[in-house]
Design a protein around this ligand. Structure first.
Ligand SMILES: [Zn+2]
Length: 273
């Protein structure tokens, strides 16, 4: 599932290629991807709009359109936003925007769990998942003190807290496991048991792990591709995620797997405490 680094890589590979273009036509091949408004109204509103900017918030992509509309895309499990040259579009194309620069912006999705909303830009708060997002991982307002105070007394596993998008936007299963490994913190520890120094180490690890993944253009195990259709390479640099049964790169212990909050979790039972 695309997390912050992958969504950011999609944004970067689209940026500079779609801004300024107009949406000349829309083909809706699978209407239920569009959650609001219904497909016909969606097409009528979008047609003729200019794409002004592409932004990211957490795991959401926001295409800012003329007349103060915003297209909100969430890729979920297998969604892809690709730039194609017609007539060759993606096999799993679901929504195709034909642009005035001659390219197609194609929303493709194998498992079709992704969503697209079209909203007036001043109504984005109506989208609950977007409105409730916590700060971006690199935002100055996100501090160890803030994490320390909002986790005080909480018995939820620290990993589950990292996955809560209301606490930090954009961290998913891969980067939560990686961050906890780098910080040397056991993923099942109650969040409230971490000291402020441990929160500082963990926040530093989250930032380091995400920055490295962005530099490697994201992690691709199977489905994820950027807007040019290219895979990332960060899977070659992982320490914990998917490493069950392998030797810990730090201490040599065998990496273990547990399930926390329904999510598979890999960690070192010796050097993550
Ligand atoms: Zn270890």
């Amino acid at each position: 599932m695309p997390e912050l680094p992958e969504v950011e890589q999609v944004r970067r590979t689209l940026s500079g290629k779609i801004e300024g273009s107009r949406i000349e036509a829309v083909a809706v091949l699978l209407p239920r991807i569009i959650r609001a408004p219904e497909a016909q109204a969606f097409c009528e509103i979008v047609r003729g709009k200019q794409i002004l900017a592409i932004e990211r918030r957490g795991k959401y992509l926001l295409l800012r359109l003329s007349d103060d509309w915003t297209l909100v895309v969430h890729l979920r499990m297998t969604g892809r936003l690709l730039l194609c040259q017609p007539p060759g579009c993606e096999r799993f194309a679901r929504i195709i925007f034909s642009l005035s620069n001659g390219a197609c912006l194609c929303y493709a999705d194998n498992r079709t769990l992704g969503t697209i909303h079209l909203l007036p830009s001043n109504s984005l708060s109506e989208l609950a998942g977007l409105a409730s997002l916590g700060p971006e991982p690199f935002a100055a307002e996100l501090t160890a003190e803030r994490l320390c105070s909002l986790s005080r007394g909480r018995r939820i596993a620290v990993k589950s807290l990292l996955l809560d998008q209301r606490i930090i936007a954009g961290v998913g299963n891969i980067y939560a496991d990686e961050s906890l490994f780098v910080a040397g913190i056991h993923p099942a520890r109650p969040a409230g048991s971490l000291s402020c120094d441990e929160w500082a180490a963990l926040l530093g690890a989250v930032r380091k792990v995400l920055a490295q993944a962005i530099a490697h253009r994201g992690t691709t195990f199977r489905d994820y591709r950027d807007a040019n259709g290219e895979a990332g390479s960060n899977q070659l640099y992982l320490h914990a995620y998917g490493k069950v049964g392998e030797k810990c790169g730090r201490c040599g212990e065998t990496m273990a797997r547990i399930v926390l909050g329904g999510r598979g979790t890999c960690f070192c039972p010796s050097c993550q405490r």
